[in-house]
Design a protein around this ligand. Structure first.
Ligand SMILES: [Zn+2]
Length: 191
């Protein structure tokens, strides 16, 4: 990253690239290429007719705002700070930081209480050696306003959730909700 004459240098950009695409040092790619890759993860896409350099320079203000937001999110150490950022609409519902807010964890726990910690697609539980996720049926990325909707949540194991991706919106909640949930176990097994 630290090349001479490049506009996008400094810790803030390194941190941003790290959080979005892993570490910044990828052979053969300029800092501009890397920023374009990273920004795409935040929904900013470079039109094909522009070079990465042109596009980065043209969008420098917006890109800097994104990088600053990541910095703030990462520095928000406590759940209260994350909650405050969420309330101030500074956390993107599609981001990883969202998954650490109290607001989401509360909805997540309600979903586990409602359906039980069992994959609603394949029936697996933590006892089968899989990790259980609370999944957004309509993906957060495409339906950010449903990110905290209990109605939009279902329980999937990691392999089912992984296979699902952002394109699939199958509702697997046909089965009757499981009433006897052992929340103590759920907590221990899931994270
Ligand atoms: Zn499953």
């Amino acid at each position: 990253m630290a090349r001479k004459g490049v506009v996008f240098v400094g810790a803030i950009w390194t941190r941003y690239l790290k959080s979005r695409i892993g570490y910044a040092q990828k052979s053969g790619k300029s800092p501009y290429d890397l920023i374009v890759l990273a920004a795409a993860k935040d929904g900013m896409h470079k039109p094909p007719e522009m070079t990465t350099k042109q596009w980065c320079k043209l969008n420098e203000t917006r890109l800097r705002a994104l990088a600053n937001m990541v910095k703030k999110q990462q520095e928000a150490a406590t759940p209260n700070e994350l909650s405050a950022l969420w309330k101030a609409k500074k956390i993107n519902p599609a981001s990883d930081a969202f998954l650490e807010t109290y607001e989401w964890r509360r909805v997540r726990m309600e979903a586990l209480k409602k359906y039980g910690a069992r994959c609603q697609c394949c029936g697996a539980t933590a006892a089968d050696g899989v990790r259980i996720n609370v999944d957004h049926i309509k993906p957060r990325k495409l339906f950010p306003h449903l990110a905290l909707s209990l109605d939009n949540c279902q329980i999937l194991c990691q392999p089912c959730n992984h296979g699902k991706g952002n394109w699939d919106m199958t509702d697997w909640r046909d089965a009757e909700p499981i009433q006897e949930v052992q929340l103590k176990d759920v907590k221990l097994r899931i994270f």
